[in-house]
Design a binder for this molecule. Sequence first.
Ligand SMILES: [Zn+2]
Length: 493
Amino acid sequence: MELKHIIKEELKWWPFSNKKLTNQEIEDLIKSKIKDVNVKYIDFNGDEKNGIIQVNERIVDNIKNTFNGLYNIGFRINNIEPSNGRDDKELINQNITSCFNYRRAITPTGLGKLSKHAWGLAWDINPKVNPAEPNCGMDFQYGCEFGVLKPKEIDIIKSNGFNWGGEIFKSFYDSHHFEVPFTSEELKIQNSFKIDEHNIKNIIKEVLNEGRKEDVYDKYLPHQLKFGTDMPSVSTFLLSIIEDISNHIGHFGNNKYLDWSVGQLLELLNNDEYTHLDIPQMRDIVVKNVTDFHDNLKRFNDRLFDEINLYEKLPISYLANEEKIKKSPKDINSYPNLTTLKFITDIAKTITTKSEVKKLEADKIYEDNNVLIVSPKSHRASCYYGAKTKWCTTSTDTQHFQNYTNTGVLIYIINKHPITIGEHYQKIAIYIPDINSNGILSNLGDDDNYEVYNSLDEDITFEWHEWLWEDYWEHWNLIQKYFNKEWRQKYVN
Ligand SMILES: [Zn+2]
Protein backbone atom coordinates (compact mmCIF):
# COMPACT_ATOMS: atom_id res chain seq x y z
CA MET A 1 0.00 0.00 0.00
CA GLU A 2 1.15 3.49 -0.73
CA LEU A 3 2.45 5.45 2.20
CA LYS A 4 0.15 8.33 1.38
CA HIS A 5 -2.82 6.06 1.69
CA ILE A 6 -1.68 4.67 4.99
CA ILE A 7 -1.18 8.16 6.35
CA LYS A 8 -4.63 9.18 5.27
CA GLU A 9 -6.07 6.24 7.14
CA GLU A 10 -3.96 7.00 10.15
CA LEU A 11 -4.98 10.59 10.30
CA LYS A 12 -8.53 9.59 11.02
CA TRP A 13 -7.34 8.58 14.42
CA TRP A 14 -5.46 11.65 15.30
CA PRO A 15 -6.97 13.75 18.08
CA PHE A 16 -7.66 16.94 16.20
CA SER A 17 -10.64 18.09 18.13
CA ASN A 18 -13.09 17.16 20.81
CA LYS A 19 -10.73 17.36 23.72
CA LYS A 20 -13.48 17.46 26.25
CA LEU A 21 -12.61 14.20 27.95
CA THR A 22 -9.34 13.45 29.65
CA ASN A 23 -7.76 10.06 29.10
CA GLN A 24 -8.74 9.08 32.62
CA GLU A 25 -12.35 10.06 31.96
CA ILE A 26 -12.32 8.01 28.78
CA GLU A 27 -10.96 5.03 30.66
CA ASP A 28 -13.60 5.36 33.38
CA LEU A 29 -16.33 5.77 30.80
CA ILE A 30 -15.31 2.72 28.82
CA LYS A 31 -14.78 0.56 31.88
CA SER A 32 -18.27 1.43 33.11
CA LYS A 33 -19.62 -0.16 29.94
CA ILE A 34 -17.79 -3.46 30.34
CA LYS A 35 -19.92 -6.43 31.40
CA ASP A 36 -19.01 -9.98 32.40
CA VAL A 37 -20.70 -12.52 30.15
CA ASN A 38 -20.83 -16.18 31.19
CA VAL A 39 -20.43 -18.52 28.25
CA LYS A 40 -20.38 -22.28 27.89
CA TYR A 41 -17.70 -23.91 25.75
CA ILE A 42 -15.97 -27.22 25.06
CA ASP A 43 -12.25 -27.19 25.80
CA PHE A 44 -9.44 -28.98 23.94
CA ASN A 45 -9.93 -32.07 26.12
CA GLY A 46 -13.58 -32.25 25.10
CA ASP A 47 -14.76 -31.13 28.54
CA GLU A 48 -17.62 -28.71 28.98
CA LYS A 49 -16.50 -25.49 30.70
CA ASN A 50 -17.86 -22.14 31.76
CA GLY A 51 -15.84 -19.02 31.07
CA ILE A 52 -16.19 -15.33 31.58
CA ILE A 53 -15.72 -13.03 28.66
CA GLN A 54 -15.73 -9.29 29.39
CA VAL A 55 -17.35 -7.24 26.64
CA ASN A 56 -18.84 -3.87 25.90
CA GLU A 57 -22.48 -3.83 27.00
CA ARG A 58 -23.69 -3.18 23.49
CA ILE A 59 -22.35 -6.49 22.17
CA VAL A 60 -23.46 -8.73 25.05
CA ASP A 61 -26.15 -10.42 22.97
CA ASN A 62 -23.90 -10.82 19.94
CA ILE A 63 -21.34 -12.57 22.14
CA LYS A 64 -23.89 -14.82 23.84
CA ASN A 65 -25.34 -15.90 20.50
CA THR A 66 -21.90 -16.43 18.99
CA PHE A 67 -20.67 -18.72 21.77
CA ASN A 68 -23.95 -20.60 21.82
CA GLY A 69 -23.55 -21.20 18.12
CA LEU A 70 -19.96 -22.41 18.52
CA TYR A 71 -20.95 -24.66 21.42
CA ASN A 72 -23.75 -26.18 19.38
CA ILE A 73 -21.42 -27.28 16.60
CA GLY A 74 -18.88 -28.58 19.13
CA PHE A 75 -16.11 -26.09 18.32
CA ARG A 76 -13.32 -26.40 20.85
CA ILE A 77 -11.90 -23.43 22.72
CA ASN A 78 -8.76 -23.71 24.81
CA ASN A 79 -9.68 -21.35 27.61
CA ILE A 80 -11.97 -18.34 28.06
CA GLU A 81 -11.08 -15.88 30.77
CA PRO A 82 -10.68 -12.15 31.36
CA SER A 83 -7.42 -10.70 30.10
CA ASN A 84 -6.70 -9.20 33.50
CA GLY A 85 -4.15 -6.75 32.20
CA ARG A 86 -1.99 -9.29 30.40
CA ASP A 87 -0.45 -8.08 27.21
CA ASP A 88 -1.39 -9.41 23.83
CA LYS A 89 1.66 -11.61 23.49
CA GLU A 90 0.94 -13.35 26.74
CA LEU A 91 -2.68 -13.94 25.81
CA ILE A 92 -1.57 -15.40 22.49
CA ASN A 93 1.03 -17.65 24.05
CA GLN A 94 -1.43 -18.89 26.64
CA ASN A 95 -4.04 -19.30 23.88
CA ILE A 96 -6.65 -17.40 25.86
CA THR A 97 -9.92 -16.35 24.30
CA SER A 98 -10.76 -12.88 25.57
CA CYS A 99 -12.25 -9.56 24.62
CA PHE A 100 -11.84 -6.56 26.91
CA ASN A 101 -8.27 -5.48 27.47
CA TYR A 102 -7.61 -1.87 28.32
CA ARG A 103 -4.54 -1.25 26.19
CA ARG A 104 -3.18 0.79 23.35
CA ALA A 105 -3.27 -0.55 19.85
CA ILE A 106 -0.26 -2.69 19.04
CA THR A 107 2.15 -0.63 17.06
CA PRO A 108 5.90 -0.58 16.81
CA THR A 109 5.98 2.13 19.45
CA GLY A 110 3.09 0.86 21.52
CA LEU A 111 1.98 4.42 22.04
CA GLY A 112 -0.93 4.55 19.71
CA LYS A 113 -4.58 5.12 20.18
CA LEU A 114 -6.76 2.81 22.17
CA SER A 115 -7.18 -0.67 20.81
CA LYS A 116 -10.70 -1.86 20.08
CA HIS A 117 -9.99 -4.44 22.73
CA ALA A 118 -9.83 -1.57 25.18
CA TRP A 119 -13.42 -0.81 24.27
CA GLY A 120 -14.55 -4.40 24.65
CA LEU A 121 -15.55 -4.25 21.00
CA ALA A 122 -12.95 -6.71 19.67
CA TRP A 123 -12.18 -10.23 20.80
CA ASP A 124 -9.69 -12.95 19.93
CA ILE A 125 -10.42 -16.65 19.79
CA ASN A 126 -7.82 -19.37 20.32
CA PRO A 127 -5.17 -16.85 19.32
CA LYS A 128 -2.20 -19.17 19.43
CA VAL A 129 -3.59 -21.57 16.85
CA ASN A 130 -5.20 -18.95 14.62
CA PRO A 131 -2.21 -16.93 13.51
CA ALA A 132 -1.90 -13.38 12.40
CA GLU A 133 0.11 -12.85 9.21
CA PRO A 134 2.63 -11.42 8.89
CA ASN A 135 3.06 -12.74 12.35
CA CYS A 136 4.77 -9.75 13.99
CA GLY A 137 7.07 -11.94 16.03
CA MET A 138 4.45 -13.97 17.89
CA ASP A 139 4.88 -17.65 18.50
CA PHE A 140 1.90 -19.16 16.70
CA GLN A 141 1.13 -22.81 16.50
CA TYR A 142 0.30 -24.00 13.02
CA GLY A 143 -1.67 -27.03 11.87
CA CYS A 144 -3.14 -27.93 15.25
CA GLU A 145 -5.84 -30.47 15.83
CA PHE A 146 -8.25 -28.26 17.79
CA GLY A 147 -9.47 -24.73 17.77
CA VAL A 148 -8.51 -23.67 14.27
CA LEU A 149 -11.29 -21.62 12.68
CA LYS A 150 -12.81 -23.02 9.53
CA PRO A 151 -15.34 -21.32 7.25
CA LYS A 152 -18.21 -22.86 9.21
CA GLU A 153 -17.18 -21.19 12.50
CA ILE A 154 -16.29 -17.95 10.82
CA ASP A 155 -19.72 -17.78 9.23
CA ILE A 156 -21.43 -18.31 12.59
CA ILE A 157 -19.43 -15.51 14.17
CA LYS A 158 -19.97 -13.13 11.24
CA SER A 159 -23.68 -13.82 11.23
CA ASN A 160 -23.76 -12.46 14.78
CA GLY A 161 -22.56 -9.05 13.68
CA PHE A 162 -18.78 -9.32 13.82
CA ASN A 163 -16.20 -8.48 11.18
CA TRP A 164 -13.37 -10.95 10.83
CA GLY A 165 -9.71 -9.94 11.15
CA GLY A 166 -8.92 -12.23 8.22
CA GLU A 167 -10.87 -9.93 5.94
CA ILE A 168 -11.11 -6.42 7.27
CA PHE A 169 -7.49 -5.30 7.28
CA LYS A 170 -5.90 -4.36 4.03
CA SER A 171 -2.47 -5.81 4.52
CA PHE A 172 -2.78 -7.86 7.63
CA TYR A 173 -4.40 -11.20 8.13
CA ASP A 174 -5.48 -11.55 11.75
CA SER A 175 -7.38 -14.78 11.83
CA HIS A 176 -8.16 -14.91 15.58
CA HIS A 177 -9.60 -11.40 15.72
CA PHE A 178 -13.24 -10.25 15.47
CA GLU A 179 -14.68 -6.82 16.04
CA VAL A 180 -17.62 -4.49 15.47
CA PRO A 181 -17.33 -1.00 13.98
CA PHE A 182 -17.35 2.03 16.24
CA THR A 183 -20.53 4.05 16.48
CA SER A 184 -20.05 7.70 15.64
CA GLU A 185 -20.30 8.60 19.31
CA GLU A 186 -17.60 6.07 20.20
CA LEU A 187 -15.43 7.30 17.39
CA LYS A 188 -15.55 10.84 18.76
CA ILE A 189 -14.37 9.62 22.12
CA GLN A 190 -11.76 7.42 20.50
CA ASN A 191 -10.46 10.43 18.60
CA SER A 192 -10.28 12.54 21.70
CA PHE A 193 -7.99 10.07 23.40
CA LYS A 194 -4.66 11.80 23.74
CA ILE A 195 -1.54 10.05 22.71
CA ASP A 196 1.38 9.99 25.04
CA GLU A 197 3.29 12.93 23.72
CA HIS A 198 6.15 12.76 26.14
CA ASN A 199 6.93 9.18 25.26
CA ILE A 200 6.56 9.85 21.60
CA LYS A 201 9.14 12.56 21.81
CA ASN A 202 11.50 10.18 23.51
CA ILE A 203 10.92 7.66 20.79
CA ILE A 204 11.55 10.23 18.12
CA LYS A 205 14.76 11.12 19.85
CA GLU A 206 15.77 7.52 20.09
CA VAL A 207 14.88 6.91 16.49
CA LEU A 208 16.74 9.96 15.31
CA ASN A 209 19.77 9.15 17.35
CA GLU A 210 19.88 5.76 15.78
CA GLY A 211 20.51 7.07 12.36
CA ARG A 212 19.36 8.80 9.29
CA LYS A 213 15.75 8.96 8.34
CA GLU A 214 16.06 6.26 5.70
CA ASP A 215 17.06 3.86 8.44
CA VAL A 216 14.16 4.99 10.56
CA TYR A 217 11.85 4.48 7.69
CA ASP A 218 13.14 1.04 6.85
CA LYS A 219 12.94 0.04 10.43
CA TYR A 220 9.40 1.05 11.20
CA LEU A 221 7.38 1.03 8.04
CA PRO A 222 7.36 -2.73 7.43
CA HIS A 223 6.07 -3.28 10.95
CA GLN A 224 3.26 -0.93 10.29
CA LEU A 225 2.30 -2.83 7.17
CA LYS A 226 2.16 -5.98 9.23
CA PHE A 227 -0.15 -4.51 11.78
CA GLY A 228 -2.54 -3.11 9.28
CA THR A 229 -4.50 0.05 9.37
CA ASP A 230 -7.10 -1.05 11.87
CA MET A 231 -4.54 -0.40 14.52
CA PRO A 232 -3.99 3.29 14.59
CA SER A 233 -0.33 3.90 14.62
CA VAL A 234 1.35 6.96 15.89
CA SER A 235 4.62 5.69 14.58
CA THR A 236 3.53 5.75 10.98
CA PHE A 237 2.12 9.15 11.43
CA LEU A 238 5.34 10.30 12.98
CA LEU A 239 7.30 8.80 10.16
CA SER A 240 5.23 10.72 7.70
CA ILE A 241 5.93 13.89 9.62
CA ILE A 242 9.60 13.10 9.86
CA GLU A 243 9.65 12.40 6.16
CA ASP A 244 7.74 15.54 5.38
CA ILE A 245 9.74 17.88 7.58
CA SER A 246 12.94 16.27 6.50
CA ASN A 247 12.05 17.03 2.89
CA HIS A 248 11.84 20.67 3.82
CA ILE A 249 14.70 21.19 6.23
CA GLY A 250 16.77 18.03 5.99
CA HIS A 251 19.37 19.72 3.85
CA PHE A 252 20.38 21.87 6.81
CA GLY A 253 23.15 19.52 7.79
CA ASN A 254 22.21 15.95 8.49
CA ASN A 255 18.73 16.62 9.78
CA LYS A 256 19.99 18.45 12.81
CA TYR A 257 16.70 20.30 13.31
CA LEU A 258 14.48 17.32 12.69
CA ASP A 259 14.03 16.16 16.23
CA TRP A 260 13.14 19.60 17.52
CA SER A 261 10.84 20.32 14.60
CA VAL A 262 8.85 17.14 14.96
CA GLY A 263 8.47 17.90 18.65
CA GLN A 264 7.14 21.35 17.81
CA LEU A 265 4.66 19.93 15.34
CA LEU A 266 3.32 17.71 18.07
CA GLU A 267 3.01 20.76 20.28
CA LEU A 268 0.92 22.46 17.63
CA LEU A 269 -1.23 19.39 17.22
CA ASN A 270 -2.04 19.44 20.88
CA ASN A 271 -2.52 23.19 21.06
CA ASP A 272 -6.13 24.33 21.04
CA GLU A 273 -5.23 27.54 19.25
CA TYR A 274 -4.21 25.62 16.16
CA THR A 275 -7.12 23.26 15.76
CA HIS A 276 -8.35 25.17 12.71
CA LEU A 277 -5.18 24.28 10.82
CA ASP A 278 -4.52 21.04 9.01
CA ILE A 279 -1.25 19.22 9.37
CA PRO A 280 0.43 20.59 6.23
CA GLN A 281 -0.34 24.09 7.46
CA MET A 282 1.16 23.30 10.84
CA ARG A 283 4.11 21.76 9.08
CA ASP A 284 4.57 24.97 7.13
CA ILE A 285 4.63 27.03 10.31
CA VAL A 286 7.32 24.84 11.80
CA VAL A 287 9.35 24.69 8.61
CA LYS A 288 9.16 28.43 8.03
CA ASN A 289 10.36 29.27 11.51
CA VAL A 290 13.15 26.74 11.47
CA THR A 291 14.25 27.86 8.01
CA ASP A 292 14.26 31.48 9.14
CA PHE A 293 16.32 30.53 12.16
CA HIS A 294 18.80 28.63 10.04
CA ASP A 295 19.10 31.33 7.38
CA ASN A 296 19.83 33.99 9.97
CA LEU A 297 22.21 32.07 12.21
CA LYS A 298 25.11 34.32 11.26
CA ARG A 299 23.21 37.17 12.87
CA PHE A 300 23.04 35.41 16.22
CA ASN A 301 26.13 37.31 17.32
CA ASP A 302 27.17 39.44 20.28
CA ARG A 303 24.87 42.24 19.26
CA LEU A 304 21.81 40.04 19.41
CA PHE A 305 21.42 40.29 23.16
CA ASP A 306 22.06 44.04 23.11
CA GLU A 307 19.13 44.31 20.76
CA ILE A 308 16.99 42.01 22.89
CA ASN A 309 17.70 44.17 25.94
CA LEU A 310 16.12 47.11 24.18
CA TYR A 311 12.73 45.42 24.47
CA GLU A 312 10.72 46.53 27.45
CA LYS A 313 8.53 43.47 27.63
CA LEU A 314 10.07 40.13 26.82
CA PRO A 315 7.91 37.03 26.33
CA ILE A 316 7.69 34.81 29.38
CA SER A 317 8.76 31.82 27.32
CA TYR A 318 11.96 33.68 26.52
CA LEU A 319 12.63 34.83 30.06
CA ALA A 320 12.10 31.33 31.40
CA ASN A 321 14.84 30.05 29.11
CA GLU A 322 17.04 33.11 28.91
CA GLU A 323 20.08 31.54 30.47
CA LYS A 324 20.05 28.58 28.16
CA ILE A 325 19.48 30.74 25.09
CA LYS A 326 22.23 33.17 26.04
CA LYS A 327 24.60 30.29 26.54
CA SER A 328 23.89 28.61 23.19
CA PRO A 329 21.81 30.89 20.97
CA LYS A 330 22.69 28.94 17.85
CA ASP A 331 21.50 25.63 19.24
CA ILE A 332 17.87 25.13 18.33
CA ASN A 333 17.41 22.95 21.39
CA SER A 334 17.87 26.02 23.57
CA TYR A 335 14.44 27.20 22.48
CA PRO A 336 11.42 25.84 24.31
CA ASN A 337 8.95 26.55 21.53
CA LEU A 338 8.30 28.16 18.18
CA THR A 339 7.20 31.43 19.74
CA THR A 340 10.54 31.98 21.40
CA LEU A 341 12.46 30.86 18.35
CA LYS A 342 10.51 33.30 16.18
CA PHE A 343 10.93 36.12 18.68
CA ILE A 344 14.70 35.78 18.72
CA THR A 345 14.97 35.14 14.99
CA ASP A 346 12.96 38.26 14.19
CA ILE A 347 15.33 40.34 16.27
CA ALA A 348 18.35 38.66 14.72
CA LYS A 349 17.02 39.52 11.27
CA THR A 350 17.43 43.21 12.07
CA ILE A 351 21.12 42.71 12.78
CA THR A 352 23.47 43.24 9.91
CA THR A 353 26.48 41.03 9.98
CA LYS A 354 29.92 42.54 9.93
CA SER A 355 30.62 41.16 6.50
CA GLU A 356 27.38 42.63 5.20
CA VAL A 357 28.30 46.02 6.62
CA LYS A 358 31.67 45.73 4.99
CA LYS A 359 30.39 44.55 1.67
CA LEU A 360 27.21 46.49 1.22
CA GLU A 361 27.44 49.57 3.27
CA ALA A 362 30.90 50.94 2.70
CA ASP A 363 33.18 51.63 -0.21
CA LYS A 364 36.63 50.35 0.40
CA ILE A 365 39.06 52.85 -1.08
CA TYR A 366 42.26 51.16 -0.11
CA GLU A 367 43.58 48.47 2.16
CA ASP A 368 46.97 46.99 2.92
CA ASN A 369 48.54 45.47 6.02
CA ASN A 370 48.88 48.84 7.70
CA VAL A 371 45.93 50.91 6.71
CA LEU A 372 42.30 50.69 5.68
CA ILE A 373 40.54 53.56 3.95
CA VAL A 374 36.78 53.35 3.65
CA SER A 375 33.82 55.56 2.97
CA PRO A 376 30.84 54.42 5.11
CA LYS A 377 27.52 54.49 3.33
CA SER A 378 25.25 53.74 6.26
CA HIS A 379 25.06 54.68 9.88
CA ARG A 380 25.73 51.04 10.77
CA ALA A 381 28.87 51.00 8.67
CA SER A 382 29.89 54.31 10.21
CA CYS A 383 29.47 52.84 13.69
CA TYR A 384 31.33 49.73 12.71
CA TYR A 385 34.35 51.43 11.17
CA GLY A 386 34.24 54.36 13.56
CA ALA A 387 34.05 52.20 16.69
CA LYS A 388 35.86 53.63 19.74
CA THR A 389 35.99 57.16 18.36
CA LYS A 390 34.13 60.23 19.55
CA TRP A 391 32.84 61.08 16.10
CA CYS A 392 29.26 62.22 16.15
CA THR A 393 28.72 60.21 12.97
CA THR A 394 29.02 57.07 15.08
CA SER A 395 26.61 58.16 17.83
CA THR A 396 23.31 56.33 18.28
CA ASP A 397 21.55 59.32 16.79
CA THR A 398 21.69 58.63 13.07
CA GLN A 399 20.99 62.25 12.20
CA HIS A 400 24.62 63.37 12.33
CA PHE A 401 25.71 60.73 9.93
CA GLN A 402 22.90 61.61 7.57
CA ASN A 403 23.61 65.32 7.71
CA TYR A 404 27.22 64.74 6.78
CA THR A 405 26.62 62.28 4.02
CA ASN A 406 23.76 64.28 2.50
CA THR A 407 26.12 67.10 1.75
CA GLY A 408 29.39 65.34 1.12
CA VAL A 409 31.64 62.38 1.64
CA LEU A 410 32.90 60.80 4.85
CA ILE A 411 36.13 58.88 4.64
CA TYR A 412 37.72 56.98 7.51
CA ILE A 413 41.41 56.19 7.56
CA ILE A 414 42.09 53.38 9.98
CA ASN A 415 45.63 52.59 11.01
CA LYS A 416 45.90 48.92 11.85
CA HIS A 417 48.95 49.24 14.07
CA PRO A 418 49.61 51.61 16.95
CA ILE A 419 51.14 54.75 15.58
CA THR A 420 53.86 56.76 17.21
CA ILE A 421 51.93 59.97 17.54
CA GLY A 422 49.36 58.34 19.81
CA GLU A 423 46.13 56.42 19.85
CA HIS A 424 43.98 59.46 19.20
CA TYR A 425 45.30 59.32 15.68
CA GLN A 426 44.60 55.64 15.19
CA LYS A 427 41.49 56.58 13.25
CA ILE A 428 41.15 59.69 11.16
CA ALA A 429 37.89 60.98 9.69
CA ILE A 430 37.92 63.16 6.61
CA TYR A 431 34.84 65.02 5.57
CA ILE A 432 34.70 66.44 2.06
CA PRO A 433 31.70 68.66 1.44
CA ASP A 434 30.47 68.54 -2.11
CA ILE A 435 30.93 72.22 -2.64
CA ASN A 436 33.04 72.18 -5.72
CA SER A 437 30.81 73.00 -8.64
CA ASN A 438 32.98 71.13 -11.08
CA GLY A 439 33.13 68.22 -8.64
CA ILE A 440 36.89 68.11 -8.43
CA LEU A 441 38.63 67.83 -5.12
CA SER A 442 41.73 69.96 -5.21
CA ASN A 443 45.14 69.07 -4.11
CA LEU A 444 46.05 68.24 -0.62
CA GLY A 445 46.80 71.40 1.25
CA ASP A 446 43.88 73.26 -0.19
CA ASP A 447 42.32 73.09 3.22
CA ASP A 448 39.07 74.78 2.37
CA ASN A 449 37.92 71.68 0.62
CA TYR A 450 37.82 69.28 3.53
CA GLU A 451 37.83 68.75 7.28
CA VAL A 452 39.89 66.23 9.23
CA TYR A 453 39.23 64.87 12.73
CA ASN A 454 41.15 62.56 15.03
CA SER A 455 39.54 59.86 17.18
CA LEU A 456 38.67 62.40 19.88
CA ASP A 457 36.77 64.38 17.25
CA GLU A 458 39.33 67.16 17.44
CA ASP A 459 39.67 69.16 14.26
CA ILE A 460 43.19 68.53 12.93
CA THR A 461 42.58 69.84 9.44
CA PHE A 462 45.46 72.23 9.43
CA GLU A 463 48.11 70.02 10.86
CA TRP A 464 47.38 66.42 10.03
CA HIS A 465 49.37 66.04 6.82
CA GLU A 466 52.49 67.46 8.38
CA TRP A 467 53.21 64.57 10.66
CA LEU A 468 51.12 61.57 9.63
CA TRP A 469 52.39 58.37 8.14
CA GLU A 470 54.77 58.25 5.26
CA ASP A 471 52.31 56.97 2.66
CA TYR A 472 49.81 59.73 3.14
CA TRP A 473 50.56 61.31 -0.21
CA GLU A 474 49.75 58.11 -1.91
CA HIS A 475 46.64 57.66 0.20
CA TRP A 476 45.50 61.15 -0.50
CA ASN A 477 45.77 60.50 -4.22
CA LEU A 478 43.54 57.47 -3.81
CA ILE A 479 41.00 59.49 -1.82
CA GLN A 480 41.03 62.19 -4.47
CA LYS A 481 40.52 59.63 -7.17
CA TYR A 482 37.66 58.04 -5.24
CA PHE A 483 35.93 61.38 -4.65
CA ASN A 484 36.39 62.70 -8.14
CA LYS A 485 35.46 59.56 -10.03
CA GLU A 486 33.94 56.63 -8.20
CA TRP A 487 31.89 58.55 -5.66
CA ARG A 488 30.70 61.04 -8.26
CA GLN A 489 29.64 58.31 -10.67
CA LYS A 490 27.96 56.27 -8.02
CA TYR A 491 26.22 58.83 -5.88
CA VAL A 492 25.86 62.03 -7.84
CA ASN A 493 23.32 61.69 -10.63
ZN1 LIG B 1 -7.46 -8.89 18.46
